[in-house]
Design a protein around this ligand. Structure first.
Ligand SMILES: Cc1cc2nc3c(=O)[nH]c(=O)nc-3n(C[C@H](O)[C@H](O)[C@H](O)COP(=O)(O)OP(=O)(O)OC[C@H]3O[C@@H](n4cnc5c(N)ncnc54)[C@H](O)[C@@H]3O)c2cc1C
Length: 615
């Protein structure tokens, strides 16, 4: 399969294409380039590939740096995952809950479950504050707090959004831009969500498939990216691990070369014709030689990131809880989210009698949590897991810590202007493209990070794509590319993967003509067979009540061959009308169910997005 996709080394054209960063964006760029017959060299400062989507390993226990679900509406991205992973691309059941005030709440949030769990007093407060938000919304919608309160009511914001969001970002919600919420959730209506909860859901299979399952590689996301790098190496595009980009030389609006430092500290210079970078946007500007203007440098340095760390606890218990992950909204503990990697894939643990948990703490490099020695972090995690009642500290036999810098680009006030200033400067270099999550300072998942890489690779052949024209509203952008008459630039199967069409595919419609014809033939045959049997067997004096009655319904029907012919024609006509009418009625019902499901699913996905702030 790979041989079909990737050009063999001798066929690939040798050009000095450098890709910096071997995360999903960089590796996908090289993959697409190889598919187009171009070789590239990847430089990665880490010891392994995959970037934030890598899978780390400790004594045979595998774990993600944050659980990575594989979900996309972009058919082309899905195709790459499937091609590389084959049978190792598992479909896994999903369960995740919220822990708050010593209780678990369904996640994605289900209004009735949430209101019941919080008790009647809190439920009344939530509903009243929701009503107030709808009647008297805040005029200003500049920050996250205003944005969410206007849509959900202030009380629900305080209960379900404030604590967790502030844990993740380390910022008061008033300081988080409304853009972030707007990018993650649009048109979500609590009223609709409550209605969906009240009236229940039908067509559970579809909802289950789309919301309660996800794809995941057998050995974690790193498996995808390790395999990708291996195949690329075979195709002539190697990854140089422990090679950090330390300078970008440029002249007359073009990058002329780069300097990379290897694991031994040696710096080597490389000429490049194309440079594709997935390193943090601000960092790229800082590496320019000659340097950019002071305002651009200031903007670059002003782009902030939130970091996080995972404390992995090995627990000597076969089963602890059924969730893949739990959001910890509880203010009494510092942990923000807990992963149970075995529930992501059983093969993430080497011993089925033990469990590996990942306790995620959000931090800023150098702050108190970040700077705690590993042993103290493990001790903190042990205390908190017991405090939450999820495992006894005594059952924890081992632990380790992985720190993840640059985990989240921060959308603080002014970030847009800073991104625009840095972007404008870097776009002044014709052969430099910034891709990926941090490369564009965008809160992208793997799929959109990968799509920027696909576009960047194609731009090497023909600069026709705006790599910045990819974001979480990709459906929209795909529609635009299609409207432009785009060729393969538009992910080929993307249209098939829209929510509407996925649902449509699950609900077959009846063909009115076909059902009409089938009913017509069935009725006509039944009538003919019944009449003929009476005529042939010669029991015409006692035709039976049913057959006698037919004369009342079919004009001209009688117990004779002529009468049978008349009856057959009339029964056929009646059958056609009944069958096609039935098809129209069933289709109308299916349309109604499908539309309700789509609304419900969109609402759930958007709630999911908002709550899934840690992606
Ligand atoms: C906690 C968490 C959970 C997530 N969950 C999901 C999920 O469920 N599903 C999903 O699809 N996505 C998820 N994501 C997002 C996903 O991780 C990113 O979209 C994806 O990793 C971005 O890929 P990238 O290649 O753009 O960047 P990265 O993964 O950040 O890769 C960039 C690479 O560049 C390297 N680099 C940086 N500077 C240099 C330099 N100077 N020289 C050389 N190399 C350098 C880095 O070491 C890194 O390997 C999650 C992210 C987080 C933080």
């Amino acid at each position: 399969m790979t041989e079909r996709l990737l050009a063999p080394p001798e066929a690939a054209r040798d050009e000095a294409i450098a890709i910096v960063g071997a995360g999903p964006a960089g590796l996908t760029t090289a993959w697409e380039l190889a598919r187009l017959g171009r070789r590239a060299t990847l430089y990665e400062k880490d010891r392994c590939v995959g970037g934030i989507a890598q899978t780390a390993e400790y004594k045979g226990f595998r774990f993600d740096l944050g659980g990575h679900r594989f979900f996309t509406k972009v058919g082309e991205v899905q195709g790459i995952w499937e091609e590389i992973l084959g049978d190792d691309f598992l479909s896994r059941p999903r369960l995740s809950r919220i822990y708050y005030r010593q209780r678990f709440f369904d996640y994605p949030l289900k209004p009735l479950n949430a209101l019941a769990g919080l008790g009647p007093v809190e439920a009344v407060r939530i509903v009243a504050s929701y009503a107030k938000a709808r009647l008297l919304p805040s005029r200003e919608e500049r920050n996250f707090e205003q944005w969410v309160s206007n849509r959900f009511g202030r009380r629900l914001f305080e209960v379900f959004f404030k604590t967790y969001t502030e844990k993740v970002w380390g910022l008061p919600c008033e300081e988080i831009s409304a853009d972030w919420a707007a990018q993650r959730i649009q048109n979500l209506d609590l009223g609709r969500a409550i209605a969906a909860a009240l009236f229940g859901r039908s067509g559970g299979d579809v909802v289950t498939t789309l919301i309660h399952q996800f794809h995941y590689p057998r050995h974690g996301p790193g498996m995808m990216w390790e395999r990708c790098a291996e195949r690329l190496a075979v195709a002539g595009s190697p990854t140089r691990l422990e090679h950090e980009l330390v300078r970008i030389d440029h002249r007359d609006g073009r990058v002329t070369g780069i300097a990379v430092r290897d694991g031994e500290g040696r710096v080597a210079e490389r000429p490049v014709e194309h440079l594709i970078c997935s390193i943090p946007l601000g960092r790229a500007a800082e590496l320019l030689s000659p340097p950019p203007t002071a305002p651009v440098l200031a903007a670059a340095r002003g782009l902030r990131h939130r970091d996080f760390l995972t404390v992995v606890l090995i627990v000597d218990r076969a089963e602890l809880f059924p969730d893949n992950w739990i959001y910890v909204h509880e203010p009494a503990v510092r942990v923000g989210r807990i992963q149970n990697f075995k529930n992501w894939s059983p093969e993430m643990v080497p011993d089925p009698g033990r469990t590996a948990l990942g306790l995620e703490y959000f931090a800023n490099r150098g702050d108190e949590v970040w700077s705690l020695p590993d042993a103290e972090l493990v001790a903190l995690a042990k205390r908190e897991i017991e405090q939450l009642g999820l495992a006894e500290a005594a059952a924890v036999s081992d632990g380790t810590v992985v720190r993840v810098p640059y985990a989240y680009p921060v959308y603080d006030p002014g970030y847009r202007e800073r991104v625009a200033a840095v972007r404008a400067c870097l776009e002044g270099l014709a052969n430099l493209q910034m891709i990926g999550r941090n490369g564009q300072h965008r809160y992208n998942n793997q799929d959109h990070s990968m799509l920027t890489g696909i576009y960047a690779a194609r731009n090497v052949l023909e600069p026709a794509h705006d790599v910045w024209d990819v974001n979480v509203d990709e459906e929209y952008h795909e529609a635009v590319s299609a409207a432009r008459g785009g060729d393969r630039l538009t992910p080929a199967a993307a249209g098939e993967a829209t929510l509407e069409e996925l649902l449509h595919a699950h609900f077959a419609r009846f063909d009115g003509v076909a059902l009409g014809a089938a009913t017509a033939v069935t009725l006509a045959l039944l009538l003919f067979a019944a009449t003929a049997s009476v005529l042939l067997v010669g029991n015409g004096d006692h035709p039976g009540p049913m057959l006698s009655l037919l004369g009342h319904y079919f004009f001209g029907f009688e117990l004779s061959w002529r009468g049978a012919l008349v009856g057959v024609l009339e029964a056929g006509a009646l059958g056609f009308v009944l069958g096609s009418g039935l098809a129209v009625a069933i289709n109308a019902l299916i349309n109604w169910v499908e539309r309700s499901l789509q609304r419900e699913l969109e609402a759930e996905q958007k709630l999911d997005s908002l709550q899934g702030v840690t992606r």
